[in-house]
Write a protein that binds this ligand. Sequence first.
Ligand code: ATP
Ligand code: MG
Length: 411
Amino acid sequence: MSHPAAPAGSEGATPPLTRDRIPRPIQELLGTLLGDGQDAALVGGCVRDLLRGARVRDFDVTSSAPPERVLEIFPHAVPVGLRHGTVMVPTEAGPVDVTTWRGASLEEDLGRRDLTVNAMAWDGNAGALVDPFAGRRDLAGGRLRAVGDAAARMAEDPLRALRAARLAAQLGFDVDSEVCDAMRDSAPALDGVARERLGAEIDALLVAPHPGRGIRLLQAAGIADRLAAGTLPDAADVLDRLPADRVLRWAAWMRGASPESVLMRLRRPRVLATRLVRLLALHPIEEAARPERGVDVRRLLRRAGDDFDRLVQLRRAELIGCESGGEDATARLAALERAVAHARSEGSLALRRHDLALDGRDVMEHLGCRPGRAVGRALDFLTERVLQEPACNTRDRLLVLLDAWWAETRR
Ligand code: ATP
Ligand code: MG
């Protein structure tokens, strides 16, 4: 069959997509479909990423074969979305979704995709790129444009608004003004989209290389407020100053909002929500302890746990953009960091039960008692004493303290 050639001017913009750049198991899968007399092409994000020379997250194949036939051809295939004509075929290059093309041809299928950079295919038979919407030109120019009329396409499926912002954040691309307008118009309709899908896009956006770009688009479209009321205007700038750590990036976005309700609504893991609530309760970190009081500093370290360094990173990223009053906070933050470094350098910091120089078994042996609540209380008492005076954390000194506590409790 014949396909329109890639538009003039796109050649050389990105290196050509030749067969040898496609992993062998994927070539074999295409070959099997072709051998059955079907048309088969790689399509969407994988073609985009192969052209960019980037790592491909998942390979998608579109084919003339109906799902029933795909299930017959590949004995290990699993029907995953038969309603949409999708069958998952396991390969050595990972699971591949094979979807019957929507419409009467490959071009029609491409015409139903969201953005031009996602509407390219690599035809397995011709071994050539199929690019009816100049996706390759937009890829080279760093532009996200809609396939067809942006407003109509986004009205069809408002999730596309989030996909556009997420891809801008991943690729660092500019979004066409028509797409931006359509994003704003589609914002109210996002209420009708499955929350799990919204959450997955937001998560991918936040951990992407250019999160600020994505968040700015969502802010301008009125989508950010709709998904997370109360988030701050500086979120985009702060996000761009932080490494791609999921907890840190979510925390930066959740400042000013209620993380628990936002994350539950977006169907994100409860453990992440709980962690963000705990973390943001200590933000801004320099106000959470007096650096000159060692016991305060150790108590803070116990509360912040692994997130202490994240809290410092978050606050620094915020203070860089602070117009006034930032110097005082920066100085207090630096003092706290010095105090924490000092506390950590003191060696074995016992902040929790399991950091103590003895354990529950030692307590039972020494007191001659059985497992029970008294053992837990004894360990809590000792932990608190060590927090106040780290030098107590030797077996001998703890046993002396334990005797005193035991005598006191039994009085
Ligand atoms: P990723 O690299 O994260 O996988 P992707 O663009 O491949 O990004 P997928 O969800 O894997 O995203 O979708 C594969 C392809 O399906 C897209 O590239 C696009 O062509 C098409 N597609 C996905 N979702 C939509 C949608 N909501 N509307 C139109 N086309 C879509
Ligand atoms: Mg994909």
